[in-house]
Design a protein. Structure first.
Length: 131
């Protein structure tokens, strides 16, 4: 991966995994954005807490709706363990002929902070491989 690459992290609600991936990528100096197909009203509080423990404050972030412009600007698109076809972005992304990578990562929704820490650490490890 080159520093000029732009990464798009996509999940359904853009309230957990994709927010963490964007934050870790930006911390590494990478160009990154995250979005969802059905954005939640806010970022998961357990995710905010787990990220604060890593020195990253995402409490002011808002889930964003995935747009065609975001997809077009990305060099590489990551989905975060899609499982529900009607809201999963993979079919839409595939139609746009983008390079897709699916990271099979558990959804932090409804999980305890301890469980979210494990998910956070997995996201951080994966982002570290990008550059």
């Amino acid at each position: 991966m080159a520093k000029s690459d732009s990464f798009l992290f996509v999940c359904v609600h853009n309230a957990g995994r994709s927010q963490m991936a964007e934050a870790f990528a930006k911390r590494r100096g990478l160009k990154a954005v995250s979005a969802g197909t059905v954005p939640a009203p806010g970022v998961n509080p357990a995710v905010v807490q787990a990220m604060r423990e890593k020195g990253i404050d995402i409490s002011a972030n808002s889930p964003k709706l995935l747009t065609t412009e975001m997809i077009n600007q990305a060099t590489l698109v990551f989905t975060m363990g899609c499982s529900v076809e009607e809201v999963c972005p993979r079919p839409m992304l595939a139609k746009m002929q983008k390079k897709l990578v699916d990271w099979k990562i558990d959804d932090p929704k409804g999980k305890t902070v301890e469980e979210v820490r494990r998910i956070r650490d997995e996201v951080e490890r994966k982002v570290a491989t990008l550059g």
